[in-house]
Write a protein that binds this ligand. Sequence first.
Ligand code: HEC
Length: 99
Amino acid sequence: MAFSKAAAVVGKSHYLINCQQCHDADGRALANIDYIAADLTAPGSWYYGSSALHIYSSIKFGAGLEMPPFKAELSDEVIWQIVAHVLNIGPRASRPQQK
Ligand code: HEC
């Protein structure tokens, strides 16, 4: 799956609506005191896999006990846009390259 920068930009707006209350606006979840959420900029520290498909699955079906599933709220198209955003804030090698 190839992601575009444009998808990541749209994904960021969906991220800020759906994810920042637990993962913070920057994805690092350092300021959050309500949930011990994953640092989305550091996939090396994750439990549930860091490929695009794993990120999609964590969003769609949830991850662990406290990461809620979004399958009822978000379409697959929006979930993939959020995946593009999560990749875009992660390690440089996995960021979307295409415009
Ligand atoms: C209600 C709080 C909450 C919301 C909202 C939330 N998350 Fe999470 N998320 C968590 C917690 C807590 C974990 C850690 C779960 C664990 O390790 O057991 C997590 C884990 C994850 C993981 C898996 C990391 C790993 O270890 O593999 C990903 C990816 C992720 N979240 C992305 C997102 C995205 C993208 C959104 C928005 C669509 C989102 N989360 C919304 C709380 C939340």
